[in-house]
Design a protein around this ligand. Structure first.
Ligand SMILES: [Zn+2]
Length: 270
């Protein structure tokens, strides 16, 4: 695996300990938390948020249950929730359908995507962008997840696709970035096969017959010559063959005598 595990303690606000019902998709997010590297989120989801939520709950106020499995930044990625457990990352309500039901964009994992998905959070730089190294790390981490769970790049969805949340924002603003992300994962899963042509089978040239072939010569060696110079292969060295041999010799800057000696033979069958 390309990430390190640093699991947060089980607690009802961030790591319920419930087992996933399956892994059908991978949901990508961004933390929306500028300047915070992956390791900061271990503490946040392991300690800070559970404490805050518990306090709010005790006060009878609305509290947050949130988390994700893996956080990646430009230097490392950390898995904070075991990949067979539920994380709270994509069951938010952003929009309702016309009939009043909650919007869910990816049918296979509706109504609660948290039960059927793994989540990957890309960390955000101080300037609000996602560093290219962070994106590259996410690509290789997610390719590894795809291999483990027999998923393809088509199984990568944005949080936006599931609930319409603006997450990961740069991939919502620019669909091409998301398409390219999936394509890169696909290239790791199925490296384009470099077409290898079988090496051309080189047949050995026929040996020089040992005697000069000229008008009047007959036989199989004459036929080989006739094939090469493009005349009727009647195995008889006649005037037409002689003329064609002369043309061949002229073209190949050989002595033009119309006879097949060692040099003409070598040139013809090299
Ligand atoms: Zn998200």
């Amino acid at each position: 695996m390309t990430w390190r595990n640093e699991f947060i303690p089980k607690n009802k606000y961030t790591r319920p300990g419930t087992l996933l019902k399956g892994v059908l998709k991978i949901v990508i997010h961004w933390t929306g938390n500028p300047g915070a590297p992956a390791k900061n989120h271990v503490k946040y989801f392991g300690v800070t948020l559970p404490a805050q939520s518990k306090l709010l709950e005790q006060q009878g106020k609305k509290y947050t249950a949130a988390s994700a499995h893996i956080f990646g930044d430009k230097d490392e990625s950390v898995c904070i929730i075991p990949l067979n457990e539920v994380a709270y990352h994509a069951n938010d309500v952003q929009k309702h359908n016309d009939d009043g039901s909650v919007y869910r964009g990816v049918k296979e994992i509706a109504p609660n995507a948290n039960l059927y998905t793994l989540s990957y959070e890309m960390c955000v730089e101080k300037d609000g962008t996602i560093h290219q190294d962070t994106i590259n790390r996410a690509i290789s981490d997610i390719a590894a997840i795809c291999m483990t769970y027999k998923l393809t790049e088509k199984d990568i969805v944005r949080h936006f696709d599931v609930t319409k949340k603006d997450c990961p924002s740069p991939f919502v603003k620019d669909l091409v970035k998301f398409e390219d992300f999936k394509k890169q994962v696909g290239l790791i899963l199925n490296p384009t096969k470099v077409e290898t042509k079988p090496a051309a089978v080189k047949t050995k040239p026929p040996f020089y017959p040992g005697t000069v072939l000229k008008v009047g010569s007959k036989g199989n060696n004459v036929r080989l010559v006739q094939e090469k110079v493009g005349v009727t292969t009647d195995m008889k060295f006649g005037p037409k063959t002689e003329a064609a041999v002369k043309a061949f010799q002229k073209k190949n800057k050989l002595t033009v005598d119309g006879k097949i000696g060692p040099k003409t033979w070598a040139k013809m069958f090299q």
